[in-house]
Design a binder for this molecule. Sequence first.
Ligand code: FDA
Length: 302
Amino acid sequence: MSITRNFFIALSKNQPLNSAAKKWGLKLGAGKMVAGTDIESMMQTVEQLNADGISATIDSLGEFVHTKEEATKAKEAILQTLQAIQSHDVHGHMSVKLTQIGLDVDPKFCLKNIQEIVAAAANYNTFVNLDMEDYDHLQQTLDILDVLLKDYENVGTVIQAYLYRSEKDLENLQHVRLRLVKGAYKESVEVSYQEKKEIDDNYLKLIKIHLQSPGYTSIATHDHHIIEQVKAFVQEKKISRDCFEFQMLYGFRSEMQKDLAKEGFSFTTYVPFGKDWYAYYMRRLAERPQNIILALQSMISK
Ligand code: FDA
C-alpha cells in the first residue's frame, strides 16, 4: 500500500473536512468525477450518456451518517432520485451504500429504509445495487440482501476480488445480479490479498465463474487488460452479450466507455452526484496517482 494511497484514504475519513466541503460546491477538481451537486445537473450527464448508448448507475452521495435523521434525509434523497429517473425517462438505476441509510445507526432501521427504496424502485421497474463498503460491513450487507431477495428481484450487490472469502460468497449468489470489482478499501492481510497480481488473478477467476452462472454480471473496472481477457472469454464460451455489461466510473476513460458501447457491449457508467462529494473524491484520488495529476491540472486551468 503506497504512502499516497494511505494519505488519501485517511483524508477521505476526515469528517471535519467532509462537513466543510459540503458548503464549498464542487472544488479541488472534483467536477471531473462528480456529476454536479443537484439532481438536475446529474440528469443532464445521464441524458448525455444515454445519447452515447450508455446507461447509468446513480449514486446520491452521502457519508458519515450517525443519526436516524441523517439516514432518513439520505433515504428521501434516494427516493427523489428514483422519481427523477422515472420522470426524465432515462436509462439508469440506483447504487446505494447501506451506511448512508443507517446501517451503523440501527441495522433494523436500515433494513426498513432499503426495503422502502427497493419497493419504490420495483414500482418503477428499476434496479437497486447495494454498493459494497469495507469488510466490517460486508456480512451485514449480505444479510440484508438475503432478506430483500425473498421479496424482490430488482436488487443485487458487489463482490470484491481482493477478499479471500469472495469465491464462497459468489457461490451463494449464483442467481443474483452482481457487480464484480477489485475492491477499493484498505483491508488487512488476514482477510484480503495484498498483491496486485493476486487480486487481478482472483478478479478474472470470479468474473469467469459468474459469467457462467445464471445471474447477470457487471464487470466494473478501468483495467483494459481485464476487459480484453473478458472479451476473449465470452467469445470463446459463446456467452451472450445480454448476460453481462461493463461498468466504469464517471470521468474515467470516457473515450473507452463510448468505444465499448459502440462495439455493441452493454455499458453502464457509475454517476455520483450531490453535495457530499468529498470522501468519494478522496477515495478516487487514493486509487490512482495519475488522478491527482488530473485534479491538479484542472485546478490550475481554472
Ligand atoms: P486498477 O486501478 O487496478 O488499474 C489497473 C490498470 O488499468 C492500470 O494499471 C492502468 O493500466 C489501467 N487504468 C486504470 N484506470 C485507468 C485510467 N483512469 N486511465 C487509464 N488507464 C487506467 N469498490 C468497492 O470496494 N465497492 C464498490 O461497490 C465499488 N463499486 C464500483 C463501481 C464501479 C462502476 C467501478 C468502476 C469501481 C467500483 N469500485 C468499488 C472500485 C474498485 O473496487 C476499484 O478500486 C477501482 O475500480 C480501481 O480498480 P480497476 O479495476 O479500475 O483498475
